[in-house]
Design a protein around this ligand. Sequence first.
Ligand SMILES: *Cc1c(COP(=O)(O)O)cnc(C)c1O
Length: 446
Amino acid sequence: MDRGPAPVPAPPGEPDGRRRIPRTDALLADPRLAEAAARLGRGVVKAAVVAAQRRARAGEIPVGSVADTAAEALPGTAAGLRPVLNATGVLLHTNLGRAPLSDAAREAMLVASGATDVELDLATGARARRGRSALAALLDAVPAAEAAHAVNNGAAALVLAATALAGGGREIVISRGEMVEIGDGFRIPELLAATGARLREVGTTNRTSPDDYAAAVGPDTGFILKVHPSNFRVTGFTRAAGVAELAGLGVPVVADIGSGLLGPEPLLPDEPDAATWLKAGADLVTASGDKLLGGPQCGLVLGKEEYVRRLSRHPLARALRVDKLTLAALEATVRGPRTPTDEALHADVEVLRERARRLARRLHEAGVDAAAVDSEAAVGGGGAPGVVLPSAAVSLPEPYAARLRQGAPAVMGRVEDGRCLLDLRAVPPGADDAVAAAVAAATEGR
Ligand SMILES: *Cc1c(COP(=O)(O)O)cnc(C)c1O
């Protein structure tokens, strides 16, 4: 095996420990590192080299293995983001980037990443509407929508609706029970107020009736906003007005469903979907692309042509427009095979248990204190609160949690009752070998 460049003699007077550490330029001439520099950029490789030299200087690695250590530490890509296997049991983990994309979406993004006909009709050579085929895919999937528009995320969809339909100080009528904070300090009422629209709050925390809305609607009303309280539940003495009850009040109804379900999902009966709320009379539905739809981060706007057009033609739309990669991934998500999110949601618990047993047995035979246990998974991403998805996990000693996080690929489990649980519901079935290898590497303390 290539052991890297021979040590360069240190200049006279340098302390002994450092003497034989290869110099940076000599290391960068190592064929593996030179190839990596061409692929990843010289700065990325140099950082790995400098880190390895530092470890050799500190006596952590032999002086002769600096090049090997640097080569092993090279990242897979020139970007800092590292792949993570999501063994948290939270399907849409916000800190892990919410929905993982399907292979179909990844391939579509790769093709679109070069020069592509995102805004060109190749048949005529004339300019064409940006994103037309992704939007057509959405309309095929939701026939109840007359038109569709895509922006950067669900929040952007709300900003655009508020600005285009209630700008200039007009009112958005909203229930006090739907003044929601989504997470990380993102509060829908503050977002709406930031557009210059005025909020007209109606009802109470637990009860708002259609009459409350009717009494508030007037000449200043831009629209009624119905927000799905996606991340909490109010139980007991409650009342909320449905979309159908708001549709007859003579002003547009915008409904924020949050999750991005295009049609009903039998496993999540309390999650609203675009088709159902449009049929119930919503003029516009807004949603996220990277929650239960299982696609890229984006915001969807579906509904009546008149209102979609007012949004898509508003000057602000240009500042919120999605890039070609998002459009490609969105279309492939909507038209393509089942998404990883959908597969994880529908995974059969008996299959998960069998995978956990097999993994635990394999690890146990390798001397790891591993056991298959039942687990409880959740949808996450601020969706389907209170829904418990029965799942299965491999239970390991707690110190594995930190070690697995720092592996390659990183494996993110969850710590429960002093054990590290690797919940398999959001781990793709084909990744069990990678999980086993990661645990083996963490066992060796590498
Ligand atoms: C998640 C969510 C949003 C925000 O969507 P982002 O895509 O995160 O910007 C808005 N409204 C509801 C009801 C949500 O659940």
